[in-house]
Design a protein. Sequence first.
Length: 180
Amino acid sequence: MEKPDICNIIEAILFVAGEPVSIGDLAGALELSEMETMHAVEEMQRQYDLNRRGVTLKRYGDHVRMETRPEYAAYVERLLQPVQRQSLSQTVMETLAVIAYRQPATKGEVEQVRGVKCDYSIQALLAKGLIQEAGRKEALGRPILYVTTDKFLEHFGLSDIRELPPLPDPVEKVEEPLTP
């Protein structure tokens, strides 16, 4: 395979992937060694920089990603500014919080904590990829267990679920004496 073909194939893969791809995965797709693949990536980086293309290649450890050249980012942001990430409603956020802190959790457990039905919220979170099914609980009816996903971590800027802020200590209710 010719070097221009290799570079074009890598470019196509990275464009479609939209996220970092490991050198090993690229090498496997190209049926090349990791060293040959790395040389092609380095050549692409040089060419992108030399020609000041709109995109550049960035390495993150043994992963490579196609990114917007920093000096052109403001133009891209202007175009995409109206397209804001859709925020999560209060109801959906509450459901997500219960699942995040209690995972794995069933719909019934979430509803018990929240005190209301959560069918819509669970479906919305599944559709957004923030939670996923993680099996079934060994209980009557074998309800589905839900856990958060890597997309949840990415959405909230966490690298691990243990980075969630701690829950506040519950406040004890003090009953006041009845006055006649």
